[in-house]
Design a protein around this ligand. Structure first.
Ligand code: F0G
Length: 459
């Protein structure tokens, strides 16, 4: 008999606060215009509730802050490095762990070694920087999500799964051009959806048949493992840490952003089993990031991550984390706002394409909705649609598969009343969705344009 009450409380108290500056609509509209309607260009103290990303925006625990004091800044062989290494290996037993300043630095190093023209990198879905790093190397990034992932409203317990048949077909044809298969846990571009252990095993079997290594983009590994525990037959009584170890055992390597499930504000790593690959990657690491026992990080950052990796697999933390995200998503869904179902681990994704059917994909319904959420209530989300993914490497524009606005929840940062406020703002905006107009891009760089593009509102 479980003695828990129904209410899932934040499993922490707050001991240091960051004031939020309240603003009104008039001020926010002016800021938006100054930012050319790009929410990345806002000053963050003009934002009330910042759901732009869950990356590096979480709150650290008192033990992590204490770890900062323990940080040893020796250039080589610091005890902080060995604590970091032990914490990573406790979950991910790879022979070589290569620290980097964040996830994309690990991607850049790996794809510099493995990518290149003529190569193809399959993934359940590449996130923005991963795709950009693959393409920058000259290789082709291919997304192979299961068919169910393409329908936002569809319920499926493991909507992050890779389409194993499509992978088989690709490898049967071109295995020689595929240096690595990636699986992103959880699938960020597709709604923060988990990948099952069964799917990982099936992908592994295909990779083995064709002699291709399998890597995890493991940014949100703990949230993925929690969903496995909750949803996969036979997994319910298990420790999340053991499920994570099972996930790792199926892979030949991983890239990681510690800014997500490392519970840290900066950091990442690349881990591999293969000695030769590790050596090539370390050589690049020394060139661009730093010596192999600190990568791009200070000793104190390594300490924060080492402790974060213990806290992130805590069941009380994960239960609260996943329920808090579902609390926001279910409230929007129950009120009739179209969202990606089921609700993901780190974020709620509003289906802007469905909410604004009168705005064409290349008039960026997600961008229009994200701007209005900010103007109406100071809530900053992030477009994940044709602004982020609509530009092809050849410079042409094609609509993305879906037009989403992601409301990402920083870890351990906002309380339930903050989220109640977000719900109120989102419902008010949704109620007059038919008044929103599309946007046009007036200037943008060739790659990762969403970060710096400038927009104009269409009349
Ligand atoms: N892979 C995935 C699945 C990610 O979500 C991210 C970052 C990265 C790799 C790169 O990691 O930022 O440490 O370089 N995603 C953030 C986001 C930025 O907002 O979802 P990084």
């Amino acid at each position: 008999m479980d003695d828990r009450f129904r209410t899932i409380i934040e499993p922490f108290r707050i001991h240091s606060v960051e004031p939020i500056r309240l603003t009104d609509r008039g001020e926010r509209e002016a800021r938006l215009e100054q930012a050319s309607y790009n929410l990345f260009a806002l000053h963050s103290d003009d934002v009330l509730i910042d759901l732009l990303t869950d990356s590096g925006t979480g709150a650290m625990s008192s033990e992590q802050w204490a770890g900062l004091q323990r940080g040893d800044e020796s250039y080589a062989g610091s005890p902080s490095w060995y604590r970091f290494l032990a914490a990573v290996r406790e979950l991910f037993d790879f022979a070589h762990v290569i620290p980097t300043h964040q996830g994309r630095a690990a991607e850049k190093i790996l794809f510099t070694v493995l990518g290149g023209p003529g190569r193809v990198i399959p993934n359940n879905a590449h996130f923005d920087t991963t795709r950009a790093n693959v393409e920058f190397s000259g290789a082709q990034a291919v997304d192979l999500p299961i068919a169910e992932a393409r329908t936002p409203a569809l319920e499926h317990p493991f909507k992050g799964n890779m389409d194993v048949d499509a992978l088989e077909a690709l490898l049967a044809d071109r295995a020689g051009d595929v240096p690595v298969v990636f699986v992103t846990v959880t699938n960020n571009s597709g709604g923060g959806q988990p990948v099952s252990l069964a799917n990982l095993r099936a992908v592994r079997a295909v990779c083995d048949r064709h002699g291709v290594p399998l890597f995890l983009d493991a940014c949100r590994f703990a949230e993925n493992a929690w969903f496995i525990r909750e949803r996969e037959p036979g997994q319910s009584g298990r420790r999340v840490a053991d499920i994570v170890r099972d996930m790792a055992s199926l892979a030949d390597g991983m890239t990681m952003s510690a800014k997500k499930d490392g519970l840290a504000n900066i950091g990442g790593w690349l881990a591999v089993r293969d000695d030769d690959l590790a050596e090539q990657c370390r050589n690049l690491l020394i060139l661009t990031e730093g010596f192999p026992t600190y990568g791009g990080l200070a000793g104190r950052d390594l300490e924060a991550i080492a402790r974060g990796l213990v806290e992130v697999v805590d069941h009380d933390y994960l239960r609260y984390r996943i329920r808090a995200t579902a609390y926001l998503g279910d409230a929007l869904h129950d009120a009739g706002v179209p969202v990606v179902r089921p609700i993901g681990g780190h974020a709620v994704y509003i289906d802007a394409g469905a909410l604004l059917p009168h705005v064409a994909p290349l008039q960026y319904p997600g961008q229009a909705l994200a701007c209005e959420l900010y103007a109406a209530g100071g809530v900053r989300g992030c477009e994940i649609g044709s602004v982020m993914f609509g530009r092809r490497p050849d410079g042409s524009e094609q609509p993305a598969a879906v037009e989403l606005v992601r409301l990402a929840i920083p870890r351990r940062t906002y309380t339930q009343s903050h989220i109640d406020y977000v719900i109120e703002v989102a419902l008010a905006v949704a109620a007059r969705a038919d008044e929103l107009r599309g946007m046009r891009i007036v200037a943008a760089p060739p790659a990762l344009r969403h970060f710096t593009a400038r927009f104009e509102k269409l009349g």
